[in-house]
Unconditional design. Structure first.
Length: 477
């Protein structure tokens, strides 16, 4: 048997990190306990600690379209597994282009491909002997190819951004240095800066760490940005609780946002944060007249102008604007629709604002469900307007995503939900393959427990097989 004693031995990794691996197999899934038995028998020889096992039932599609391989790659990273263990024969079967793609994917994740001779494991011989012990290997999860498989779900808002996960943990412990470094890295990527600062603020709001950070680093744009976003979250929380100090907190949040902007004038994120306050109308600001194409519809257009002057296609900026017109803040689905269509018309077809139309349909779906009109809510997704919006999002946005690029967990969950509702199960499977294991609770929670709803969609999509639903061109997975 060929052992893998080279697993990280010469790479300067600590013993635990070097042995965390994901196993990827192709073919009919073996019985879970059988696989665990084999792993238990060979763990010492292979010098590895298997975190997960992923299967693909067939090799008839290119490697980048295999959901099992996509899920396995999603687990490669410094915080999860360092190695992808793949059968040596299977690895040799990959065409040169697919092998080069896989090697690039691993390189971007700082991972290592480790071919092993799985055929020499003598699985049949060890099954009966090792089955009892294998049942106790609870740290290993099996991702099978059967329609009944339950995917592993990771609900952390940071998604695949493992460095952001670490920064959140550091902030919770009162340490700000790593969060500062992480945000400083985003000074030229405003979409990532907005996302990371909001997630960090959602953890910092639980304590006074942001207040202390801004006192200790009064000229730091990163300290002020997190502090401003925390101040906004505090004001919104006070408003939800019906507290009398919500207006005063909102005014203080505005001042913090202006202070953050003063320390990095090119950053649109402070103005994005201000837009969050406009939805619940906390500050009493006078709405400004909107674009002529929208009939001058009043709204916080002055803030959007500030955002777009720095980031013309701001993902969060457009979403906060759309939020202003939601029914729960005094707007309507009709106003949301007009704003979403306007945003789609003025931004490139592959940019994030192209997903705004799906948010409008989700809002209408919510309304109909709350009215008890679930049949009408389901039929809405099969109508021509919804079909066109879903197609534009899938074919114009998702299909254009570069392989291996960072994508917001919420965006993929939104698109997968819309595709599943529209019964486009082939596309649903592709989007979930790209997303998993990282998922968002919304909009799945509209139909009940989000985990149950997402797993049901996942199983239906996998059971449907290729070609079910629309014949749209496949996107990357």
């Amino acid at each position: 048997m060929t052992t893998t004693t080279s697993l990280g031995r010469d790479q300067g990794l600590d013993p635990d990190a070097r042995t965390r691996v994901v196993l990827y197999l192709v073919g009919s899934p073996l019985d879970d306990v059988t696989v665990l038995a084999a792993l238990h028998a060979h763990a010492d020889t292979l010098q590895m600690r298997v975190i997960e096992v992923h299967y693909d039932a067939s090799r008839r599609v290119p490697a980048w379209q295999r959901p099992g391989l996509a899920a396995a790659l999603g687990r490669i990273g410094p915080q999860f597994a360092t190695h992808l263990v793949i059968d040596r024969t299977e690895y040799g079967r990959l065409p040169i282009g697919e092998r080069a793609w896989l090697e690039r994917e691993m390189l971007t994740r700082s991972g290592v491909i480790e071919p092993v001779d799985v055929a020499e494991w003598k699985i049949d011989r060890v099954v009966e002997e090792r089955r009892p012990a294998a049942r106790g290997l609870t740290s290993v999860s099996i991702q099978g190819a059967a329609a009944t498989a339950r995917p592993r779900l990771d609900w952390h808002p940071a998604g695949a951004d493992v460095r952001l996960v670490d920064a959140c943990t550091e902030l919770e412990a009162g340490r700000t240095a790593f969060a500062g470094e992480l945000l400083e890295f985003t000074r030229s990527d405003f979409t990532l800066r907005a996302h990371r600062s909001l997630i960090l603020a959602s953890y910092a709001v639980r304590s006074t760490v942001a207040d202390r950070w801004v006192r200790e680093s009064p000229e730091s744009p990163e300290a002020w940005l997190v502090y401003a976003r925390v101040a906004v979250l505090r004001a919104l929380r006070a408003a939800r609780q019906g507290r009398q100090d919500s207006a005063a907190l909102a005014e203080g949040a505005y001042e913090a946002c202006f202070a953050a902007s003063a320390r990095m004038k090119t950053d649109p994120t402070p103005f994005v944060a201000m837009l969050m306050l406009e939805g619940p109308r906390l500050t009493g600001r006078v709405a400004t007249s909107g674009p002529r194409d929208l009939g001058g519809l009043p709204g916080p257009w002055d803030l959007l102008t500030e955002v777009r002057g720095r980031d013309p296609h701001s993902r969060e900026g457009f979403r906060r604007l759309l939020e202003y017109f939601t029914p729960r803040y005094g707007g309507s689905v009709a106003e949301m629709w007009h704003v979403a269509r306007w945003a789609a018309a003025i931004t490139p077809e592959r940019s994030d604002p192209q997903l705004l139309e799906l948010l409008v349909f989700v809002e209408r779906y919510r309304e109909l469900c709350e009215l008890g009109q679930r049949r009408d809510a389901a039929l809405m997704w099969r109508g021509p307007a919804a079909e066109q919006a879903v197609s534009r999002a899938y074919e114009g946005w998702f299909a254009a995503l570069p392989r291996g690029s960072a994508v917001h967990t919420g965006d993929l969950s939104l698109l997968a939900f819309a595709l599943a509702k529209a019964e486009r199960l082939t596309e649903t499977r592709r989007v979930l393959a790209r997303a998993l294991p990282y998922v968002a609770r919304q909009p799945w929670a509209l139909d009940g427990a989000p985990e149950a709803q997402l797993i049901r969609a996942y199983q239906r999509a996998r059971a449907a097989g290729p070609g079910h639903g629309s014949g749209s061109a496949p996107g990357p997975t």
